[in-house]
Design a binder for this molecule. Structure first.
Ligand code: ADP
Ligand code: ASP
Ligand code: MG
Length: 426
């Protein structure tokens, strides 16, 4: 008997019929003798709908009230799944974030889990009750509802798995594993048997939304065994216990898989894209010590993440242009904060552009192989795709391009690194 956390995403929870399918998968795991805690997302599209209501009500919304609104989507699906399980004769109950409680830091709309009280939950599981937990939501020290950022139900699931020392955390979604790139963009993308925590962390952080970045970091830190698999498989599907999806593994496990011939060592593990960033250009900033600090301090104080930064070569008169990217959702706040500090920073114009995309290539192989970057730049330039900014880490290269060229860029790079599924067959 094992203790398992099963997480179901928005597409899997979209409507009564799909929830019934989910309930059947859950019921089977319990019937196999396992203790089961389920973490659910809101129905597909619901969180977007709720976010839009907040924007319409007040574009510079108070994140605490935003959390009250957007957390409601998961409350609905957790109750519906508990009801559906009960209709099948299973013992089940929902546990809202504040009831467990899932305690988080105060940072509304991007809260981080601090602790999850588990004794009552463990008792309930031991009594044969299925626990249904709404993902994405928690409660702050001050007793207010918090949410964990878009895609946060993955993190809820891993946090619950860590708290109850689950044997495995299965992330059921609308694809059957982690692919070399988004399979919805590249039909020739290949499913991976395993991906290391480090690579998955980097892939997630640059936009492979199959797992929320924080969920991977937390799984790595707490040693949670994580599997990504499909909830859209027929009754004759291989059971989750036999690991039909993609396992997120340690370096040692990956080495063992390669030695056994189960995996090939690849230079590039995956390609990701992110259309959710926006570019800000501040023109004619004084080219002197401290100028850049004046720009980024207010953004950091407001917990706005700045990603790519370029400072142009100073022009005459000791002035320079500074370009950087922020999450699109934070653009109105970033703009307002910078306008507030216009005098202090001393810029001339503030120009924004949301029609951009970040394309990233990730792989641990880069640590020891040269040429990955030049292949990227050459393949893109051969197709006439202009690069607006570049950033790198030890196992990643990202470029900023025009949003309209996203799909083309991802396809071109997938082929350039030899990742197309047909390459293997050839
Ligand atoms: P859920 O609602 O289940 O949380 P998400 O939409 O958040 O699902 O994540 C699953 C989606 O992630 C897939 O439908 C796929 O389009 C996208 N995706 C992006 N990159 C990858 C990748 N490398 N492998 C698999 N799926 C990916
Ligand atoms: N419903 C939330 C979202 O759409 C959380 C999640 O699904 O993981 O971002
Ligand atoms: Mg998700």
């Amino acid at each position: 008997m094992a203790r398992i956390v099963m997480k179901f995403g928005g597409t899997s929870m979209a409507g009564t019929e799909r929830i019934r399918r989910v309930a059947n998968i859950v019921r089977k795991q319990q019937a196999a003798g396992h203790e089961v805690a389920v973490v659910v997302s809101a129905m597909a599209g619901e969180t977007d709908r709720l976010v839009n209501f907040c924007r319409e009500a007040n574009p510079l919304y108070d994140p605490a009230e935003y959390d009250v609104v957007v957390a409601s989507g998961e409350q609905v699906t957790s109750g519906l799944l508990a009801l559906t399980l009960q209709s099948m004769g299973c013992k089940a109950r929902s546990w809202l974030g504040w009831q467990l409680p899932v305690k988080t830091i105060e940072a509304h709309s991007k809260a981080r889990v601090e602790t999850i009280d588990s004794p009552e939950l463990i008792e309930s599981l031991a009594s044969g009750e299925i626990a249904v937990i709404p993902g994405f939501q928690g409660v702050s020290e001050g007793g207010r509802i918090t949410t964990m950022g878009r895609g946060g139900s993955d993190t809820s699931a891993v946090a619950v798995a860590a708290a109850i020392k689950a044997d495995r955390c299965d992330i059921y979604t609308d694809v059957d594993g982690v692919y070399t790139t988004d399979p919805r963009i590249v039909a020739k993308a290949k499913k991976q048997k395993a991906v290391t925590y480090e690579e998955m962390l980097e892939l997630a952080s640059v936009g492979a939304k199959v797992l929320q970045t924080r969920s991977v970091g937390l799984a790595m830190k707490s040693g949670v065994r994580l599997q990504v698999l499909s909830s859209f498989l027929g009754d004759d599907a291989i059971p989750a216990d036999e690991l039909p999806g993609t396992m997120i593994v340690s370096d040692d496990e990956m080495n063992a898989l390669v030695e056994n011939g189960d995996m090939e060592r690849q230079l590039v593990t995956g390609i990701a894209h992110d259309k959710n960033e926006a570019k800000i250009i501040l023109t004619r900033v004084p080219d002197k010590p401290g100028a850049v600090a004046h720009i980024f301090e207010p953004l950091a104080d407001a917990s706005i993440n700045v990603d790519m930064i370029i400072q142009n070569v100073g022009r005459d008169k000791g002035e320079t242009d500074v370009t950087f990217t922020v999450p699109q959702a934070d653009l109105p706040r970033a703009q307002a904060l910078l306008e507030d500090k216009r005098e202090e920073i001393g810029f001339n114009r503030l120009i924004t552009d949301s029609k951009i995309a970040k394309i990233s290539v990730v792989g641990v192989g880069m640590k020891s192989h040269a040429g990955v970057a030049s292949t990227m730049f050459k393949s893109l330039s051969d197709r006439g795709i202009n690069i607006q900014a570049i950033s790198t880490s030890e196992i990643k290269i990202s470029v900023l391009i025009d949003e309209d060229e996203t799909e083309l860029a991802v396809r071109v790079l997938h082929t350039a690194y030899g990742l197309d599924a047909s390459d293997e067959a050839a």
